[in-house]
Write a protein that binds this ligand. Structure first.
Ligand code: PEP
Ligand code: MN
Length: 346
Protein backbone atom coordinates (compact mmCIF):
# COMPACT_ATOMS: atom_id res chain seq x y z
CA UNK A 1 0.00 0.00 0.00
CA UNK A 2 1.20 3.51 -0.86
CA UNK A 3 -0.06 6.69 0.78
CA UNK A 4 0.50 9.47 -1.72
CA UNK A 5 0.83 12.87 -0.03
CA UNK A 6 -0.57 16.20 -1.17
CA UNK A 7 1.97 18.42 -2.90
CA UNK A 8 2.21 20.80 0.06
CA UNK A 9 2.27 18.10 2.76
CA UNK A 10 4.60 18.97 5.63
CA UNK A 11 7.37 16.73 7.01
CA UNK A 12 5.34 16.51 10.25
CA UNK A 13 2.35 15.13 8.34
CA UNK A 14 4.58 12.56 6.66
CA UNK A 15 6.07 11.62 10.03
CA UNK A 16 2.60 11.20 11.55
CA UNK A 17 1.76 8.67 8.86
CA UNK A 18 5.01 6.76 9.34
CA UNK A 19 4.26 6.65 13.07
CA UNK A 20 0.73 5.34 12.48
CA UNK A 21 2.07 2.58 10.22
CA UNK A 22 4.56 1.62 12.93
CA UNK A 23 1.80 1.58 15.55
CA UNK A 24 -0.01 -0.91 13.32
CA UNK A 25 3.06 -3.14 13.49
CA UNK A 26 4.57 -2.46 10.05
CA UNK A 27 7.38 -0.43 8.59
CA UNK A 28 6.59 2.95 7.02
CA UNK A 29 9.03 4.33 4.51
CA UNK A 30 8.80 7.86 3.08
CA UNK A 31 9.69 7.96 -0.61
CA UNK A 32 10.43 11.42 -1.92
CA UNK A 33 9.26 11.69 -5.54
CA UNK A 34 9.87 14.49 -8.00
CA UNK A 35 6.39 15.96 -7.48
CA UNK A 36 5.27 14.66 -4.13
CA UNK A 37 6.14 12.30 -1.31
CA UNK A 38 4.59 8.88 -0.87
CA UNK A 39 4.72 6.70 2.21
CA UNK A 40 5.02 2.98 1.61
CA UNK A 41 3.80 0.31 3.99
CA UNK A 42 6.28 -2.55 4.24
CA UNK A 43 5.97 -5.87 6.00
CA UNK A 44 2.25 -6.41 5.51
CA UNK A 45 1.03 -9.27 3.35
CA UNK A 46 -2.37 -7.82 2.75
CA UNK A 47 -3.66 -4.34 2.19
CA UNK A 48 -4.50 -2.31 5.30
CA UNK A 49 -7.87 -0.72 5.78
CA UNK A 50 -7.63 2.86 4.47
CA UNK A 51 -9.88 3.98 7.35
CA UNK A 52 -6.86 3.59 9.65
CA UNK A 53 -5.50 6.80 8.16
CA UNK A 54 -8.70 8.79 7.73
CA UNK A 55 -7.98 11.11 10.69
CA UNK A 56 -4.52 12.11 9.38
CA UNK A 57 -3.87 15.22 7.28
CA UNK A 58 -1.96 15.63 4.05
CA UNK A 59 -2.96 12.41 2.25
CA UNK A 60 -4.01 12.81 -1.38
CA UNK A 61 -4.79 9.20 -2.14
CA UNK A 62 -4.18 5.67 -0.99
CA UNK A 63 -2.99 3.31 -3.70
CA UNK A 64 -3.12 -0.42 -3.11
CA UNK A 65 -0.09 -2.15 -4.65
CA UNK A 66 -1.78 -5.04 -6.36
CA UNK A 67 1.21 -6.96 -7.71
CA UNK A 68 2.83 -9.56 -5.41
CA UNK A 69 6.14 -7.74 -5.89
CA UNK A 70 5.95 -4.22 -4.58
CA UNK A 71 9.08 -2.13 -4.75
CA UNK A 72 9.77 -3.58 -8.21
CA UNK A 73 6.37 -2.50 -9.51
CA UNK A 74 5.39 0.53 -11.58
CA UNK A 75 2.68 1.21 -9.03
CA UNK A 76 5.44 1.81 -6.50
CA UNK A 77 7.55 3.97 -8.78
CA UNK A 78 6.22 5.43 -12.01
CA UNK A 79 9.55 6.72 -13.37
CA UNK A 80 12.18 4.36 -14.76
CA UNK A 81 15.05 3.47 -12.47
CA UNK A 82 18.25 4.77 -14.04
CA UNK A 83 21.41 3.19 -12.68
CA UNK A 84 24.66 5.07 -13.01
CA UNK A 85 27.56 2.71 -13.60
CA UNK A 86 31.13 3.62 -12.72
CA UNK A 87 33.06 4.84 -15.74
CA UNK A 88 30.22 6.61 -17.47
CA UNK A 89 27.26 4.65 -18.79
CA UNK A 90 23.91 4.71 -17.10
CA UNK A 91 21.33 2.04 -17.70
CA UNK A 92 17.55 2.47 -17.77
CA UNK A 93 17.52 5.84 -19.56
CA UNK A 94 17.70 6.63 -23.27
CA UNK A 95 20.98 4.83 -23.80
CA UNK A 96 21.31 1.15 -24.59
CA UNK A 97 24.29 -0.28 -22.71
CA UNK A 98 26.21 -3.11 -24.37
CA UNK A 99 28.06 -5.49 -22.04
CA UNK A 100 30.44 -7.79 -23.86
CA UNK A 101 33.25 -10.24 -23.21
CA UNK A 102 33.97 -13.92 -22.97
CA UNK A 103 31.80 -16.44 -21.18
CA UNK A 104 34.76 -17.10 -18.87
CA UNK A 105 38.07 -15.44 -18.06
CA UNK A 106 40.69 -17.87 -19.35
CA UNK A 107 43.98 -15.96 -19.17
CA UNK A 108 45.28 -12.47 -18.58
CA UNK A 109 45.96 -12.02 -22.25
CA UNK A 110 42.55 -13.32 -23.35
CA UNK A 111 40.57 -10.99 -21.08
CA UNK A 112 42.69 -7.89 -21.65
CA UNK A 113 42.67 -8.38 -25.42
CA UNK A 114 38.91 -9.02 -25.46
CA UNK A 115 38.30 -5.96 -23.28
CA UNK A 116 40.28 -3.75 -25.66
CA UNK A 117 38.56 -5.09 -28.72
CA UNK A 118 35.00 -4.88 -27.41
CA UNK A 119 35.65 -1.37 -26.11
CA UNK A 120 37.06 -0.33 -29.48
CA UNK A 121 33.84 -1.62 -31.07
CA UNK A 122 31.74 0.38 -28.59
CA UNK A 123 30.97 -1.84 -25.58
CA UNK A 124 30.67 0.08 -22.32
CA UNK A 125 30.77 -2.81 -19.82
CA UNK A 126 33.11 -5.83 -19.79
CA UNK A 127 31.64 -9.23 -18.94
CA UNK A 128 33.55 -12.36 -18.00
CA UNK A 129 32.95 -15.22 -15.59
CA UNK A 130 35.47 -16.12 -12.89
CA UNK A 131 33.10 -18.49 -11.10
CA UNK A 132 31.18 -20.49 -13.70
CA UNK A 133 27.97 -22.42 -13.00
CA UNK A 134 28.39 -25.37 -15.35
CA UNK A 135 25.81 -28.05 -16.02
CA UNK A 136 28.49 -30.72 -15.59
CA UNK A 137 30.92 -30.87 -12.65
CA UNK A 138 33.60 -32.03 -15.10
CA UNK A 139 33.41 -28.89 -17.27
CA UNK A 140 35.73 -25.90 -16.82
CA UNK A 141 34.60 -24.16 -13.63
CA UNK A 142 36.38 -20.81 -14.06
CA UNK A 143 39.59 -19.44 -12.55
CA UNK A 144 38.07 -18.03 -9.35
CA UNK A 145 40.05 -15.28 -7.62
CA UNK A 146 42.71 -15.24 -10.32
CA UNK A 147 39.98 -14.54 -12.87
CA UNK A 148 38.71 -11.64 -10.76
CA UNK A 149 42.20 -10.16 -10.61
CA UNK A 150 42.58 -10.32 -14.37
CA UNK A 151 39.16 -8.74 -14.81
CA UNK A 152 40.26 -5.88 -12.57
CA UNK A 153 43.38 -5.52 -14.67
CA UNK A 154 41.34 -5.41 -17.88
CA UNK A 155 39.19 -2.68 -16.28
CA UNK A 156 42.34 -0.76 -15.37
CA UNK A 157 43.60 -0.93 -18.94
CA UNK A 158 40.34 -0.09 -20.69
CA UNK A 159 38.25 1.89 -18.21
CA UNK A 160 35.35 -0.53 -18.70
CA UNK A 161 33.35 -1.43 -15.59
CA UNK A 162 33.10 -5.17 -14.97
CA UNK A 163 30.12 -7.49 -14.55
CA UNK A 164 30.86 -10.97 -13.24
CA UNK A 165 28.86 -13.76 -11.66
CA UNK A 166 28.68 -14.55 -7.98
CA UNK A 167 27.51 -18.11 -7.39
CA UNK A 168 27.13 -18.43 -3.65
CA UNK A 169 26.73 -16.42 -0.46
CA UNK A 170 30.26 -17.28 0.72
CA UNK A 171 31.92 -15.53 -2.22
CA UNK A 172 29.77 -12.38 -2.35
CA UNK A 173 32.30 -10.35 -0.38
CA UNK A 174 35.22 -11.48 -2.54
CA UNK A 175 33.43 -10.93 -5.87
CA UNK A 176 32.04 -7.55 -4.72
CA UNK A 177 35.62 -6.39 -4.06
CA UNK A 178 36.39 -6.72 -7.78
CA UNK A 179 33.08 -6.40 -9.64
CA UNK A 180 31.23 -3.22 -10.55
CA UNK A 181 28.04 -5.23 -11.15
CA UNK A 182 27.26 -8.54 -9.45
CA UNK A 183 25.67 -11.06 -11.79
CA UNK A 184 23.22 -13.60 -10.37
CA UNK A 185 22.92 -16.41 -12.92
CA UNK A 186 19.78 -18.06 -14.25
CA UNK A 187 20.37 -21.15 -12.13
CA UNK A 188 20.47 -19.00 -8.99
CA UNK A 189 17.52 -16.72 -9.72
CA UNK A 190 15.57 -18.21 -6.83
CA UNK A 191 18.49 -18.71 -4.47
CA UNK A 192 16.89 -16.46 -1.90
CA UNK A 193 19.79 -16.34 0.54
CA UNK A 194 22.10 -15.28 -2.31
CA UNK A 195 19.60 -12.62 -3.40
CA UNK A 196 19.49 -11.22 0.13
CA UNK A 197 23.29 -11.20 0.37
CA UNK A 198 23.77 -9.38 -2.94
CA UNK A 199 21.09 -6.97 -1.76
CA UNK A 200 23.44 -6.02 1.07
CA UNK A 201 26.64 -5.87 -0.97
CA UNK A 202 26.35 -2.24 -2.09
CA UNK A 203 26.82 -2.97 -5.81
CA UNK A 204 24.36 -2.99 -8.72
CA UNK A 205 22.99 -6.47 -9.43
CA UNK A 206 22.39 -8.06 -12.84
CA UNK A 207 19.66 -10.62 -12.20
CA UNK A 208 19.21 -13.23 -14.93
CA UNK A 209 15.83 -14.83 -15.47
CA UNK A 210 15.74 -18.50 -14.59
CA UNK A 211 15.05 -20.56 -17.69
CA UNK A 212 11.84 -21.94 -16.28
CA UNK A 213 10.83 -18.80 -14.38
CA UNK A 214 7.83 -16.64 -15.13
CA UNK A 215 8.17 -12.87 -15.37
CA UNK A 216 6.33 -12.60 -12.03
CA UNK A 217 8.91 -14.90 -10.44
CA UNK A 218 11.71 -12.81 -11.94
CA UNK A 219 10.23 -9.65 -10.43
CA UNK A 220 9.72 -11.38 -7.08
CA UNK A 221 13.39 -12.40 -7.16
CA UNK A 222 14.30 -8.75 -7.80
CA UNK A 223 12.07 -7.84 -4.86
CA UNK A 224 14.38 -9.83 -2.55
CA UNK A 225 17.29 -7.58 -3.56
CA UNK A 226 15.19 -4.41 -3.30
CA UNK A 227 13.86 -5.46 0.10
CA UNK A 228 17.45 -5.35 1.40
CA UNK A 229 17.66 -1.69 0.43
CA UNK A 230 19.54 -2.15 -2.86
CA UNK A 231 17.58 -0.34 -5.55
CA UNK A 232 20.12 -0.94 -8.29
CA UNK A 233 18.76 -4.05 -9.97
CA UNK A 234 19.12 -4.76 -13.70
CA UNK A 235 16.97 -7.60 -15.01
CA UNK A 236 18.16 -9.87 -17.81
CA UNK A 237 16.13 -11.94 -20.28
CA UNK A 238 18.41 -14.80 -21.28
CA UNK A 239 16.00 -17.31 -22.82
CA UNK A 240 13.61 -19.86 -21.44
CA UNK A 241 13.23 -23.58 -22.08
CA UNK A 242 11.12 -24.43 -25.09
CA UNK A 243 10.20 -27.73 -26.69
CA UNK A 244 12.40 -27.34 -29.75
CA UNK A 245 16.03 -28.34 -29.43
CA UNK A 246 16.93 -26.45 -32.63
CA UNK A 247 18.02 -23.60 -30.37
CA UNK A 248 19.42 -23.95 -26.86
CA UNK A 249 16.77 -21.69 -25.33
CA UNK A 250 13.94 -19.47 -26.57
CA UNK A 251 14.78 -15.78 -26.14
CA UNK A 252 11.53 -14.39 -24.77
CA UNK A 253 11.48 -10.94 -26.32
CA UNK A 254 7.92 -10.31 -25.14
CA UNK A 255 9.31 -10.20 -21.61
CA UNK A 256 11.01 -6.89 -22.45
CA UNK A 257 7.94 -4.71 -23.10
CA UNK A 258 6.07 -6.68 -20.45
CA UNK A 259 8.66 -5.91 -17.78
CA UNK A 260 8.67 -2.28 -18.87
CA UNK A 261 4.95 -2.13 -18.23
CA UNK A 262 5.04 -3.95 -14.90
CA UNK A 263 8.26 -2.55 -13.47
CA UNK A 264 10.47 0.53 -13.40
CA UNK A 265 13.64 -1.60 -13.40
CA UNK A 266 15.84 -1.76 -16.51
CA UNK A 267 15.95 -5.00 -18.49
CA UNK A 268 18.73 -6.17 -20.79
CA UNK A 269 18.74 -9.10 -23.21
CA UNK A 270 21.30 -11.87 -23.60
CA UNK A 271 20.97 -13.27 -27.13
CA UNK A 272 24.11 -15.40 -26.65
CA UNK A 273 22.62 -17.73 -24.04
CA UNK A 274 19.14 -17.01 -25.40
CA UNK A 275 19.91 -18.76 -28.68
CA UNK A 276 23.03 -20.82 -28.00
CA UNK A 277 24.02 -20.40 -31.65
CA UNK A 278 26.68 -17.95 -32.86
CA UNK A 279 24.90 -17.14 -36.13
CA UNK A 280 21.67 -16.21 -34.34
CA UNK A 281 23.19 -13.72 -31.91
CA UNK A 282 23.22 -10.75 -34.31
CA UNK A 283 19.59 -10.99 -35.50
CA UNK A 284 18.30 -11.50 -31.97
CA UNK A 285 20.44 -8.63 -30.65
CA UNK A 286 18.83 -6.40 -33.27
CA UNK A 287 15.40 -7.68 -32.29
CA UNK A 288 16.06 -7.13 -28.58
CA UNK A 289 17.06 -3.50 -29.17
CA UNK A 290 13.94 -3.07 -31.32
CA UNK A 291 11.83 -4.56 -28.50
CA UNK A 292 13.15 -1.90 -26.13
CA UNK A 293 15.95 -3.67 -24.24
CA UNK A 294 17.95 -1.27 -22.07
CA UNK A 295 21.11 -3.19 -22.83
CA UNK A 296 22.64 -6.29 -24.35
CA UNK A 297 24.89 -8.98 -22.90
CA UNK A 298 27.03 -10.53 -25.63
CA UNK A 299 29.66 -13.29 -25.44
CA UNK A 300 32.77 -12.34 -27.42
CA UNK A 301 36.13 -14.16 -27.58
CA UNK A 302 39.21 -13.46 -29.75
CA UNK A 303 39.06 -17.08 -30.96
CA UNK A 304 35.51 -18.37 -30.26
CA UNK A 305 36.25 -21.89 -31.48
CA UNK A 306 38.93 -22.20 -28.80
CA UNK A 307 36.80 -20.85 -25.93
CA UNK A 308 36.75 -23.04 -22.83
CA UNK A 309 33.03 -22.49 -22.36
CA UNK A 310 30.06 -21.56 -24.56
CA UNK A 311 32.20 -21.30 -27.71
CA UNK A 312 29.34 -22.28 -30.01
CA UNK A 313 27.36 -19.19 -29.07
CA UNK A 314 30.35 -16.85 -28.83
CA UNK A 315 31.09 -14.35 -31.59
CA UNK A 316 34.42 -12.89 -32.72
CA UNK A 317 35.43 -9.25 -32.18
CA UNK A 318 34.84 -8.62 -35.91
CA UNK A 319 31.31 -10.03 -35.72
CA UNK A 320 30.77 -7.96 -32.58
CA UNK A 321 31.77 -4.82 -34.50
CA UNK A 322 29.10 -5.55 -37.09
CA UNK A 323 26.53 -6.25 -34.36
CA UNK A 324 27.25 -2.86 -32.82
CA UNK A 325 26.96 -1.13 -36.18
CA UNK A 326 23.57 -2.68 -36.90
CA UNK A 327 22.24 -2.16 -33.38
CA UNK A 328 23.13 1.54 -33.56
CA UNK A 329 20.86 1.76 -36.59
CA UNK A 330 18.00 -0.01 -34.82
CA UNK A 331 18.37 2.16 -31.70
CA UNK A 332 18.23 5.26 -33.86
CA UNK A 333 14.92 4.20 -35.39
CA UNK A 334 13.28 3.96 -31.95
CA UNK A 335 14.76 7.22 -30.68
CA UNK A 336 17.48 5.71 -28.49
CA UNK A 337 21.22 5.42 -28.87
CA UNK A 338 23.87 2.89 -27.99
CA UNK A 339 26.02 4.16 -25.09
CA UNK A 340 29.56 4.98 -26.17
CA UNK A 341 32.70 4.29 -24.14
CA UNK A 342 34.19 7.26 -22.28
CA UNK A 343 37.56 8.63 -23.48
CA UNK A 344 40.00 5.89 -24.46
CA UNK A 345 42.13 4.98 -21.46
CA UNK A 346 44.70 2.58 -22.83
C1 PEP B 1 26.70 -16.52 -18.27
O1 PEP B 1 26.30 -15.33 -18.36
O2 PEP B 1 27.81 -16.89 -18.66
C2 PEP B 1 25.75 -17.54 -17.76
C3 PEP B 1 26.19 -18.66 -17.21
O3 PEP B 1 24.47 -17.19 -17.93
P1 PEP B 1 23.10 -17.91 -17.43
O4 PEP B 1 23.14 -17.83 -15.94
O5 PEP B 1 22.06 -17.05 -18.06
O6 PEP B 1 23.11 -19.31 -17.97
MN1 MN C 1 28.23 -18.38 -20.98
Amino acid sequence: MLLVMERGATPEEVQAIVRRIEELGFEGRALAGRQRTAVAVLGNDESLDAARFSDLAGIKEIVPVTEPYRQASREWQAENTVIQLPGGPSIGGDEVVVMAGPCAVESERQIVETARRVRDAGATVLRGGAFKPRSSPYSFQGLGKQGLEWLAQAREETGLPVVTEVMDTESVELVARYADILQVGARNMQNFSLLRRVGQAGKPVLLKRGYAATVTELLLAAEYVLAEGNERVILCERGVRGFDSATRFVLDLTAIPLVHRLSHLPIVADPSHGTGIRGKVLPMARAAVAAGADGLLIEVHPAPEQALSDGVQTISPEEFGELMRQCRGIADVIGRRIAEPAGVVG
